[in-house]
Design a protein around this ligand. Structure first.
Ligand code: SAH
Ligand code: SF4
Length: 355
């Protein structure tokens, strides 16, 4: 294990890595397991809270590990139970994450957190608040996991039984452009001595990093995949999702077919519709493009971001779009937007806050 700050970041270390680090410091191996459980399961925020570790050992540990926390800058609560958090990182950067449906009675046993994987994003999609600000930096595994841990800690102040059941990598940033850290974060969240979130309860959303889609199928076939499609025409998608200029639709769809063949899993295609794209013609092209794929389509009316000038389509148009896809045998969810009264779309809160 090397000695960089990141590798000793407490929230980003596995049980084995912690045990090894403890041995190196002349401490017992089992200290590693104890620390892991305090950090990853109990989501404590200080060394002092680790009650079964003696003061002397805690002092040694505190000198050798960094324990960076996410500082809550702002919390917004929407009428539908969605909570949105703006956190500040130790270097002053800010990131957003969202807890969905927390107060909805029918969702009491399902608590989904939407986490960020980068500060900003280099892809620059036309409708996305995060993309507008450009790329700042990747998040470390500890910072990715830290979002779930901080939210758990915050909610447990009022609801001690609370635990996160599902994680979606759909916050700020392109997860497959921070691949190693995202995979490490997923493994930490999956650990049975930590949050114990099943692989099948985690979903990565990508704008279409084809090379990594194939790697993901091989490296972690259990984790879910969502692909941000938005249009079935290259000329349109080139403008909406600039990743399309590198990997056009024919390559993206080929990678999706390979992904499903290897994993046996259905892919969710995210389609944010604006006035210009919610047309019957686009729907028919999309049905054709997805023919024969193990696919589910999530239709979302685009969330207006002031700078993008994009408008929501009329509900009638959305319904028609949905009917055409369903008519072609594709399952569709017409997603009620969550938390629109609190800027819940990707990157919106951070942008309003002034980054
Ligand atoms: N970078 C990844 C994951 C983060 S974005 C990706 O693009 O998939 C998560 C989802 O939010 C994507 O489907 C993205 O297209 C969508 N999104 C971003 N801004 C939006 C907006 N203003 N309205 C609706 N969906 C938006
Ligand atoms: Fe990046 Fe996703 Fe936003 Fe596109 S939609 S700019 S890929 S975060």
């Amino acid at each position: 294990m090397n000695n960089t700050m990141e590798s000793l970041e407490l929230r980003g270390l596995s049980e084995t890595e912690l045990a090894k680090a403890c041995l190196k410091l002349g401490l017992k191996r089992f200290r590693g397991s104890q620390i892991f459980q305090w950090v990853q399961d109990k989501s404590v925020r200080t060394w002092k809270e680790m009650a079964n570790i003696g003061v002397k050992d805690r002092e040694v540990l505190a000198r050798h590990f960094v324990f960076p926390l996410l500082e809550l800058v702002q919390e917004q609560r929407a009428a539908d139970g969605t909570r949105k958090y703006l956190f500040r990182l130790p270097d002053g950067e800010t990131l957003e994450c969202v807890l969905m449906d927390y107060e909805r009675v029918q969702a009491r046993d399902r608590h989904t957190v939407c986490v960020s994987t980068q500060v900003g994003c280099a892809v620059g999609c036309a409708f996305c608040a995060t993309g507008l600000g450009g790329f700042r930096r990747n998040l470390s595994p500890g910072e990715i996991v830290g979002q779930v841990l901080e939210i758990t800690w915050l909610v447990r102040q009022e609801d001690p039984e609370f635990h996160v059941t599902n994680v979606v990598f759909m916050g700020m940033g392109e997860p497959l452009l921070n691949y190693e850290s995202v995979l490490k974060g997923i493994n930490l969240l999956n650990s049975s001595k930590g949050q114990n979130i099943g692989m099948r309860r985690m979903t990565i959303s990508t704008s279409g990093e084809v090379f990594r889609i194939r790697e993901l199928a091989r490296d972690n076939p259990q984790v879910g995949l969502a692909v941000s499609l938005h249009s079935a025409q290259d000329a349109v998608r080139d403008q909406l999702v600039p990743m399309n200029r590198k990997y056009p639709l024919v390559e993206l769809i080929a990678a999706c077919r390979d992904y499903s063949a290897i994993t046996g899993r259905r892919i969710t295609f995210e389609v944010a519709l604006a006035e210009g794209t919610a047309t019957a013609d686009e729907a028919r092209r999309m049905a054709e493009l997805l023919k024969g794929l193990l696919a589910h389509v999530n239709l979302i009316p685009v969330n207006p971001v002031a700078e993008t000038g994009m408008k929501r389509p009329q509900r009638e148009k959305l319904l028609e779009f949905s009917r055409i896809l369903e008519g072609a045998g594709i399952t569709v969810t017409l997603r009620e937007e969550r938390g629109t009264d609190i800027d819940a779309a990707c990157g919106q809160l951070r942008r309003r806050y002034g980054e």
